[in-house]
Design a protein around this ligand. Sequence first.
Ligand code: PHE
Length: 353
Amino acid sequence: MSLSVDAVDIKKRIESCKNLQDVEGIRLEYLGKKGLIPSEMKLLGKLSFDERKLKGQELNKLKSLIEDAIDNQKTFIENAEIEIKLKNENLDVTLPQIEKTNGKIHPISQTIFSIIEIFGNLNYSVEAGPDIESDFNNFSALNIPPHHPAREMQDTFYVKNNDGEDNVLRTHTSPVQVRTMLKTKPPIKIIVPGRTYRSDSDSTHTPMFHQVEGLVVNKDATMADLKSTLITFLKEFFEIDNLKYRFRPSYFPFTEPSAEMDVAFTKKNNVLKIGEGDDWLEILGCGMVNPKVLENCNIDSSVYQGFAFGMGIERLSMLKYGITDMRGLFDVNIKWLDHYGFSPLDLRNRAEV
Ligand code: PHE
C-alpha cells in the first residue's frame, strides 16, 4: 500500500504560498491533529509487520520533508516582509542618531529633596510663598526700612503692581518668615525652599537662584539649639561625621545676634574636598530672630523667641555633587543633566530612612 500523495507536489504547494496563513493551512492539512499524516499513522496498527515498517518509514520521511519545506517557506516569507518594510520606510541614513533622552532629576531638585528629608526627620514642616513679594514682607517687616543700606546690598528687581506700587522679586526666602508668623501662632518650626532673585550675573551668581530658609519660634529657643540644628543638618547633608566648621559673628537686620557658618575645605588638583583643611567656605547666615521682627508680625517678644537661618541651595548642590561652574545648573543642556542628574529610582542618592 502506498500513499496517495506525491511529496514533490506538496513541496511545490508549500513553496507557492505567499503568506504565513496559507503555509499554516497546508501544515494543518498534513501535520495537524486530523491531518493526513497523523490519520495514516493511526491506521498503521492494522497492517502486517512488514507493511507497517515500510509505510511507517515512508510516513516519517514525508513528515520531515513537509516540516522542512514549511520552515523554509516561513523564513522566506518573513524575510520578504522585512524587505518590503525597509523599501517603504525611506530611511535617511545621513540623519544624526536620535539620542536616548530619558530625562533626569536636576541636582537642585535632588538637593531640595534631601534638605526636606533631613529637616523632616527633625520635625520641620515645609512652607512656601510667592516669588513676587510686597516691600513690607521682603524688607520692612524684616527690619530693613526704606533707604537702609541692606536694600542696596541685595540688588533688587522691582516690579510695579496694578496700583503703581513697587513690589519686588523676593531677594531672599525670609519674607516667608513674615507670612508664616502673620498667619500662625507659635510654636513655629518651618523650612522654606524656594526661588530668589537678585540683579547679579557672573560665574558665581545667577539672577535667579534658590535658598532654603529655616524658622523656629517658641518660648525657649536658644542660640545653642540653632547651632546644634545646623551642625546636625550639615553633617547629614554632606554625609561627613567629623565635619570641620566654624560660626563667625555677622550682621543681618532681622536677627540679633547674627552669625555666619563656614565649612572647612581643601583644594587638590582642582578638586574640592569639603569638611577638612585650613580654608573656609561660607555656607549660611543665621541668628536669633530680632524681637522687632516678632513685634512686626504681631508676636509678643516678651513671651516668644526664635532662631532663623538661610542658605544657598546652588552652593550646597555644587559642593555635594562636585559641580564646578554654577551656570551649568541653568543651561538646560540635556547632556549636562545626563551627567549630573539623578534617576528617579536611584535610591543610592536618597538619605536612608
Ligand atoms: N536672608 C539672608 C540672606 O539672604 C539669610 C538669613 C536668613 C540670615 C535667616 C539670617 C537668618 O542672606
